[in-house]
Design a protein around this ligand. Structure first.
Ligand code: ADP
Length: 457
């Protein structure tokens, strides 16, 4: 059998999603800018800066030996062949004096020449210029030089490596901020699964999906703790209820053994009564458990019920006639007509829920006061009311009366019978039908319970 799945439980504010997305965009922008800046201000100059002094020296050297045609030609050819440097020498008027370039460059226009004169040298992107001055500082020549540029592929590779490095460094805090809390939660969940039910994620400052996960864990843990406590209480209560009839049976056996048949027969009636109550208790516990189990085992969360369409009137009449038979001394005021809407219910179970409510109304009120059973159609189905003019329920007890085995002190003191399962069972039965049970009560005045059942179909 496959586990029931949940859908649509997506947190509304996807803070983590947006954080990861924006952080990713920021990482890309940062790594791109850093790699561009490193290329422009570190890698490119790292290649070009060493070229400057050596190329300037070459320019001065060629200018110095310009009047030795053979030597200058030989050295220019050597330079071009060995290191790919082409040199062209101009006089201040722009006349080309000598060149090793296959296509000699154009002489510098006046503004460019003025710039070169002011700076002394100029190097950029594979070409440069050097202004030559004599010992007195007068401008005598200028040299235009072309040298091999840095490989664009090499530069791009360098920039890519820088970008990767930046991305790798920036990804660490993001990865840590997601992985560490998830690791902590996984650890917590495992420890909880091993039975350490007191563990909680605690107050998380994060307001994103991971914070949600931690809060959901705590909610689940609280709920499981309540269920577990209820389970232990149920076990303790059932065991407690078994003790009296068992000790009576033991006493009866001892008496039989002693041959005291007279006292045994006096006990047999009590034992029979206790056993009846015990059967009722076991039946109630089993139905409660079946309804609880059903909620977790069917995909819709509803227990398997044997539902059929019945007129609302019929449901109420069945309960009313049982009550009249069981409590002939009590007055039951019925306030409902025979035109009530149909409901789709498991008749046995719904009758049991109503029986519990009417029995309580009789149990917790004086015999001379009436019990009222009413019903009226509502917008969603049928509202059934059970009203008494009895002792009522105190404010402190109100939140707990639907808990299994919960009984108020006053009801204990009155020794009204019952073990505190009636309301818990009634609520489960009605909720299993998609309905609900509400009540209002005032101490000393009485209580009013309302069962809402959805309309059939
Ligand atoms: P039980 O009737 O077996 O004690 P229930 O689950 O039916 O258990 O009710 C739980 C408790 O709620 C009762 O013990 C009683 O204290 C209180 N209670 C229920 N119904 C009424 C009522 N109509 N008037 C006053 N108290 C009530």
């Amino acid at each position: 059998m496959s586990a029931p799945s949940i859908s649509g439980a997506v947190p509304q504010k996807r803070r983590l999603l947006w954080r990861v997305y924006l952080y990713g965009v920021l990482m890309l922008l940062l790594s791109a800018s850093v790699s561009l800046a490193v290329g422009r201000y570190v890698l490119q100059p790292a290649y070009e800066v060493p070229i400057r002094p050596s190329t300037t020296w070459i320019a001065w050297h060629i200018a110095a030996i310009q009047h030795e045609p053979e030597r200058v030609q030989a050295e220019l050819a050597d330079l071009r062949q060995r290191v790919g440097i082409e040199v062209s020498l101009f006089d201040p008027a722009g006349k080309l004096l000598l060149s090793s370039a296959s296509v000699p460059p154009e002489p510098l226009a006046a503004p460019k020449l003025a710039e070169l004169l002011a700076a002394g040298t100029r190097f950029q992107g594979g070409s440069g210029g050097v202004a030559i001055r004599d010992a007195a500082g007068s401008f005598t020549n200028y040299v235009l030089i072309r040298y091999p540029e840095a490989s664009p592929f090499g530069l791009a590779l360098g920039e890519f490596a820088v970008a990767l490095l930046v991305l790798t460094l920036l990804a660490v805090p993001l990865a840590r901020s997601i992985a560490l809390p998830v690791e902590r939660l996984a650890h917590l969940t495992r420890a909880f699964g091993r039975g350490n039910f007191a563990l909680r994620a605690g107050p998380w400052r994060r307001r994103d999906e991971i914070g949600d996960l931690a809060r959901a864990f705590d909610e689940m843990a609280d709920r499981l703790a309540v269920l577990r406590r209820a389970e232990l209480e149920l076990l303790a209560n059932v065991s407690h209820e078994l003790r009296t009839p068992l000790s009576r049976i033991r006493l009866a056996l001892d008496l039989v053994r002693d041959g005291d048949t007279q006292r045994v027969s006096a006990h047999l009636d009590d034992i029979g009564e206790e056993l009846l109550e015990l059967e009722q208790l076991i039946d109630d516990v089993m139905t409660t458990t079946r309804l609880d189990l059903g909620q977790t085992s069917t995909p819709e969360g509803l227990p398997p019920l044997h539902c059929e369409r019945v007129p609302g009137y019929q449901v109420l009449e069945a309960s009313a006639s049982r009550f009249r038979k069981k409590h002939p001394e009590r007055e039951l005021q019925c306030a409902y007509g025979d035109d009530l809407p149909e409901v789709c219910v498991d008749p046995m179970l719904v009758r049991r829920a109503l029986d519990n409510l009417i029995d309580n109304a009789a149990k917790f009120s004086e015999t001379d006061t009436p019990v009222e059973l009413g019903a009226a159609p509502s917008s969603s189905g049928l509202d059934i009311t059970v009203v008494d003019r009895g002792m009522g329920i105190g404010d402190a007890d109100k939140p707990r009366i639907f808990e299994p085995f919960y009984r108020t002190d006053r009801s204990r003191a009155r020794a009204t019978g019952g073990v505190g399962l009636g309301l818990a069972l009634a609520k489960r039965i009605v909720e299993a039908h998609g309905g609900s049970v509400d009540f209002t009560s005032q101490q000393g005045t009485g209580s009013r319970f309302v069962v809402h059942l959805p309309r059939a179909g």
